[in-house]
Ligand binder design. Structure first.
Ligand SMILES: Cc1cc2nc3c(=O)[nH]c(=O)nc-3n(C[C@H](O)[C@H](O)[C@H](O)COP(=O)(O)OP(=O)(O)OC[C@H]3O[C@@H](n4cnc5c(N)ncnc54)[C@H](O)[C@@H]3O)c2cc1C
Length: 392
């Protein structure tokens, strides 16, 4: 892969909206991606291997629990800092960002928000340092966009719960030490349970042959009469709203992360267009290529503004789930379109691993689908503005 020459675009001087702390957090993440991700990520993706050696670095830049209070090992940062960290990591690779998103928003967040003090103290510091890795089991083979239909369930057996069922498409599953699993009790109400690797009847087979997020490990979670201690239930919230709150946090991170992938594609294509000559001049001098680049920077700038405003609303505790859906949907679609256009600017070179664009493009095909598909987020916006529910 070519050396990482990335320069971040900031067409509207949006850095003026950031605090010194935001910029410091961002530059630590940016430097780390340049030093520790860019040199290894292409080979990891080609081999379809999650590069475990990056876990320590992710913890050091505060990517595990950026907004979890410091007393539990988190970085104690605000939502914009969290977003900026996700942006920088996804600038390197969406799969690496997925690992960090899951650990922070889908494992640490529910334990922090819905767990007991004992659960927080047991798990959060280890998850923040990367000593423990976690995964989040919501999706099932027959229930993706409609997780409320899940069939994974647990029965109260007096001194423990007995868990049965299966989850599919679970990021980090093949190596996770713990899983936050969503399952129905005997009355059909959804609860979160912490399931630990090594519990009898719990297995995590790897999902192979992905063309997308190849540097992120994906797998299944199988529960065959797993005895889960009662103290592993997250007691402070139940119902579908609990996992959906986690998804709000993760989707917010994705809205920022997608900007990172888009910035990398734009920056690569811009440099290439100025250097590559055809018909005796740089291809960047042709109007058709300029149109692509001009539209890319316009869309990136709009997405940056959306993300920043959403971060401010989240800092004030005012962002709605529908506002988060809009940003996730818009920014991922924006990044995917930019990846496809940037790939064309590089011509044949665009399909090779010499450049990051094709990898970003393939990765974003998962990002546009997970955490609520593109169409599902559109229906959420539609429901919000009309007051009419298209899901029923
Ligand atoms: C790489 C990867 C990693 C993932 N990681 C995780 C994870 O860590 N944890 C986890 O729990 N899940 C994870 N997922 C699962 C992901 O969230 C689901 O794939 C996603 O929610 C869609 O579910 P599905 O694949 O079953 O598609 P389906 O729900 O079957 O949808 C198929 C198509 O139908 C459309 N559709 C569905 N319902 C409607 C409707 N009412 N109206 C209009 N169109 C509709 C969808 O938009 C989509 O285009 C991951 C997925 C991938 C690909």
């Amino acid at each position: 892969m070519k050396p990482d020459l990335f320069e971040a675009p900031d067409y509207y001087n949006l850095d003026d909206l950031l605090t010194e702390e935001h910029k410091l957090v961002r530059s630590a993440a940016r430097d780390w991606v340049k030093r520790d991700i860019s040199p290894i990520i292409e080979e990891a993706a080609q081999k379809a291997e999650f590069p475990k050696e990056i876990i320590k670095g992710l913890a050091e830049i505060g990517a595990f629990g950026p907004y979890i209070p410091e007393e539990y090992g988190g970085a104690g940062l605000d939502q914009i800092s969290y977003g900026l960290i996700m942006q920088e990591i996804e600038r390197g690779d969406s799969g690496v960002r997925s690992t960090a998103s899951v650990q922070s928003s889908l494992v640490m967040y529910p334990i922090f928000k819905f767990g007991t003090e004992a659960q927080r103290k047991t798990y959060l510091p280890k998850l923040a340092s990367g000593e423990f890795m976690g995964c989040f089991g919501l999706t099932e083979p027959d229930h993706g966009s409609n997780p409320g239909g899940m069939v994974t369930n647990f029965k109260d057996k007096g001194d423990h719960y007995l868990l049965n069922g299966a989850k599919m498409w679970i990021s980090n599953a093949p190596f996770a030490d713990i899983a936050v699993v969503w399952a129905k009790d005997e009355s059909g109400r959804i609860h979160g349970l912490i399931v630990e690797r090594g519990m009898e009847g719990f297995s995590t087979p790897t999902t192979h042959n992905k063309w997308s997020l190849r540097a992120s490990a994906t797998g299944e979670l199988i529960f065959d009469n797993v005895k889960v201690p009662k103290e592993n239930l997250l007691p402070n919230k139940s119902g579908l709203g609990a996992p959906l709150m986690c998804l709000d946090s993760a989707r917010f991170g994705i809205a920022w992360g997608a900007i990172g992938a888009a910035m990398d594609c734009y920056d690569t294509a811009l440099r290439y267009a100025k250097e590559r000559e055809q018909f005796g001049k740089p291809i960047g001098s042709f109007q058709l290529q300029q149109k692509k680049l001009a539209e890319m920077i316009t869309e990136i700038t709009k997405a940056q503004l959306l993300a920043w405003r959403l971060g401010s609303l989240r800092n004030e505790g005012k962002a709605t789930s529908a506002q988060i859906s809009m940003a996730k949907r818009n920014n991922v679609e924006m990044a995917l379109k930019i990846a496809r256009e940037a790939r064309q600017i590089l011509g044949g070179m665009g399909i090779t691993g010499e450049y990051s664009i094709m990898r970003h493009m393939m990765n974003l095909e998962s990002v546009v689908t997970y955490e609520g598909t593109h169409d599902i987020h559109l229906l959420i916006t539609g429901m919000d503005v009309t007051g009419l529910n298209a899901f029923k």
